[in-house]
Design a protein around this ligand. Structure first.
Ligand SMILES: [Zn+2]
Length: 333
């Protein structure tokens, strides 16, 4: 009959009972284990607010409501058209200063007679957008929304030609238009879109033309109800612009977090992504298991140094894929 020690030996556990160091000081087998969170800051879902045609009611009604709540909206402008020109100063200065994003809806919303014509319409719009953000690097990714309702005889390029031209100009096609009053007939139907994004843990969006004025109007009380619901779910929903969502999703799908070394004093990681770091430059949110006695930790990546609190044994922090290695060390909390 086997003795207990023989049995333990057979199971490879013999040494375990003699371990001298208190367990809490030794790095557990999972120390350093790192996950890339599905959405920024561990949020449950994503929501985009998009506005088409540079309507004057965006400046008058929508942007003040967004600004009041510290939320970003993305405005698909047509710089060659009247509504933009009538408020050109506001679009070029006040709108970017309010933290809003401008996106490409073509220069005049009226034609793509051939590829060269389409490219001109896109480039003229991008040039105007770049002028509005003089501090941003170029090229960078800009969102594109296909103009709707253009006469067939004025839009003569194929889907393949469209996609190739967008790629050439670093434009990212947005999800198809989805918004009131075309697809939602009440405030309640708009709010349901937010609940669906939360339930799925995915991106949801609402797209607008006029807000409290102009055409295809979303009444202002519907709009306020939408923003109030997003505000009430601020902890669960990442309200962002389509390019930030696109970058996070694309980087995350192509990223790997690898533990280089982990002990009681330091964890070293490398975060890589197959995406082009010149265009895909949004930090991903990582969660790393740290030793049980770390209550806070310092996270370093290149010249960036941040201090984060540890919750449930996990440190959560932003990190840039493809950049320098990441070093976590315990810090006084
Ligand atoms: Zn449009």
């Amino acid at each position: 009959m086997k003795t207990l020690s023989t049995l333990l030996m057979a199971l490879g556990l013999a040494g375990a009972t003699q371990a001298a160091a208190p367990a809490r000081e030794a790095p557990g087998p999972e120390t350093g284990a790192t996950t890339i969170l599905k959405w920024k800051d561990g949020k449950q879902a994503v929501f985009l607010l998009e506005f088409d045609d540079s309507c004057e009611s965006h400046i008058k009604n929508a942007i003040p409501e967004l600004k009041k709540r510290g939320m970003v909206g993305t405005f698909y402008i047509n710089p060659g058209n009247g509504p933009f020109k009538n408020k050109q100063r506001a679009w070029e200065t006040e709108v970017p200063a309010a933290g809003m994003e401008l996106a490409n809806h073509t220069f005049t919303h009226s034609h793509a007679l051939d590829v060269a014509d389409f490219e001109r319409e896109l480039q003229q719009c991008t040039d105007e957008i770049n002028k509005c953000y003089p501090d941003r690097k170029t090229p960078r990714l800009i969102s594109y929304g296909q103009p709707g309702g253009v006469k067939k005889e004025k839009w003569l390029i194929t889907k393949d030609e469209t996609m190739a031209t967008l790629a050439k100009l670093n434009l990212i096609d947005r999800p198809p238009f989805w918004g009131p009053p075309l697809h939602q007939k009440s405030a309640a139907e708009c709010l349901k879109t937010i609940d669906q994004a939360l339930a799925k843990g995915e991106m949801g969006h609402l797209d607008f033309h006029g807000v409290g004025g102009d055409w295809l109007v979303t009444p202002l009380d519907w709009f306020r109800a939408i923003l109030d619901k997003l505000e009430a779910h601020r902890e669960q929903i990442w309200v962002t612009d389509p390019i930030s969502w696109h970058k996070y999703l694309t980087e995350r799908k192509a990223a790997t977090a690898k533990v280089l070394a982990a002990d009681a004093k330091q964890i070293r990681l490398q975060l890589t992504s197959a995406t082009d770091p010149a265009l895909y430059d949004l930090p991903l949110t990582l969660a790393t298991r740290v030793p049980a006695n770390w209550k806070a930790c310092t996270v370093m990546q290149g010249a960036t140094k941040t201090k984060v609190q540890v919750a449930g044994g996990l440190a959560r922090y932003p990190a840039l894929p493809g950049a320098a290695e990441i070093i976590l060390q315990p810090a006084a909390d």
